[in-house]
Design a protein around this ligand. Structure first.
Ligand code: ATP
Ligand code: MG
Length: 437
């Protein structure tokens, strides 16, 4: 009884203010919501879906939340399965490998829990919708959309923050970040993506806790980093990351150069070029993105990257960079092949710089790495105020549905070795198979 008196009612925002109707939702998501409500359960669109629709953006995915337990959901939707260790979710399958994910309202014990510094344990305790709203990360991600009433239900002040263009962690930012440091990455991602500011208490908490990312599982951090790099707002993201301390927490080697003049600006310009390509239909590969991200550091650590390098020296440089990457990226558990690709891509830069404007030599255009080197060189040129990267160089995204079940096919056995893309200095082809000279 006491609890009911303390909890203020949520703010209900009608369709006349937000304009989101049932037709704004993905038809399969709408079907799931309607079927659940017809069966007597509460069911809402939640999280990023509501945030994006409110801003007039098409959501990347539609996450739903309900008071039905995973078992009850499974009974309603035969074409579904339960997944997740940390949180149990139900995935409902549709045509074209589309998946709609449903979570059961979870409790907010983790926000009330006062054990500072203790990272979130496995938590599957169910709660009510209010609790579910408060256990979410950001106020703008804590909204529910009721498809029957066409209303937004707001327990956390998210609508006001959307109107004010502010990113704010729900509850006590210090405590919530301490419980799950990945929330820092999510806060700066959404601020960058939406062009929002970060509320002062949230910003201070991020600066205070930036080093605590290291307590999170590496796989989570790496996934979040790639989401940022693919997220089409990485130019703005890197500015927040650099200024909050998160960048040096993610990539500690940046500590030695980040204060130097022009480094932050260079990062921002490079990643803005990446965003331009990725927001107009290209999808860059992970090695290209990481090569771009570490280039301003690498240019200062290996000044030879800035000169037209003799191919004979490129082999030694590439080997040195690879050796470095082994150590400086060990904490991210990046695959060896990916690190080798990054070293190759970086070392291609001086070669392309040397030949720029002269017409690419025929022997170079025949190399397997020509497209990769040209793209990297193009991004660097564009970032420096040069011409835009030609569209025919953009790798296109695979044509699959946004949320798909990966179809695993056996990989054909590679005939070649796993050796890096260069040959030793004694072989005919020279470094990277480049012509000697
Ligand atoms: P995107 O557009 O990238 O999908 P999103 O906000 O929907 O953005 P998801 O990873 O799909 O991101 O997460 C769905 C929702 O789950 C979020 O909107 C948020 O409410 C909640 N959530 C995700 N991660 C956390 C976290 N670490 N702590 C609390 N809530 C979280
Ligand atoms: Mg989402």
């Amino acid at each position: 009884m006491k609890k009911e008196q303390q909890d203020p009612p949520p703010r209900i925002v009608g369709v006349e203010s937000h304009g989101i109707t049932a037709a704004s939702l993905d038809s399969d998501a709408a079907y799931v919501l309607k079927k659940l409500t017809k069966a007597g359960y509460k069911a809402y669109l939640v999280g990023g879906g509501v945030r994006d629709l409110y801003q007039g953006v098409s959501p990347k995915d539609f996450d739903l939340s309900t008071d039905a337990s995973p078992t009850q959901v499974r009974k309603l939707f035969r074409n579904s399965r339960v997944i997740g260790r940390r949180f149990r979710l139900v995935q409902v399958f549709f045509h074209d490998n589309k998946i709609i994910e449903l979570s059961t309202f979870r409790c907010r014990t983790e926000c009330d829990d006062d054990k500072k510094g203790e990272v979130l344990a496995h938590n599957n305790a169910f709660g009510d919708e209010r609790e579910d709203a408060f256990r979410r990360d950001l106020t703008i991600n804590g909204l529910f959309y009721d498809i029957e009433q066409e209303t937004i239900i707001d327990y956390v002040g998210g609508v006001q923050d959307l109107d004010d263009k502010v990113v704010r962690i729900i509850g006590n930012a210090d405590l919530r970040i301490g419980r799950d440091p990945v929330r820092m990455m999510r806060a700066i991602r959404h601020a960058a993506r939406s062009g929002f500011t970060i509320e002062p208490a949230t910003w201070t908490a991020i600066q205070t806790h930036c080093d605590s990312l290291s307590v999170c599982p590496v796989s989570r951090i790496r996934d979040e980093l790639f989401k940022d790099l693919h997220g089409r707002a990485s130019g703005q993201w890197v500015r927040f990351a650099a200024r909050s301390g998160l960048l040096t927490s993610l990539l500690p080697f940046y500590a030695e150069v980040l204060e130097e003049e022009g480094v932050e600006e260079e990062l921002e310009q490079l990643l803005t070029a990446v965003d331009m390509v990725q927001s107009t239909g290209g999808r860059l590969k992970d090695d290209m993105l990481l090569a771009v991200l570490i280039l301003p550091w690498a240019r200062r650590r290996f000044p030879d990257l800035n000169t037209g390098l003799k191919t004979g020296d490129a082999f030694a440089l590439s080997r040195e960079i690879r050796e470095h990457l082994k150590h400086i990226m060990a904490h991210l558990d990046i695959k060896r092949a990916l690190k080798e690709q990054i070293a190759t891509t970086l070392t291609l830069l001086p070669l392309f710089m040397k030949n720029r404007g002269k017409g690419w030599p025929k022997w170079l255009t025949k190399k397997s790495y020509f497209g990769q080197g040209l793209l990297f060189h193009g991004l660097v040129q564009q970032a420096g105020g040069g011409e835009k990267v030609a569209e025919n160089l953009w790798p296109k995204p695979p044509r699959i549905h946004k949320k798909t079940i990966p179809v695993s096919r056996p990989k054909p056995r590679s005939k070649g070795s796993r050796a890096p893309a260069y040959t030793n200095s004694k072989s005919k082809g020279g470094v990277f198979g480049f012509r000697k000279g």
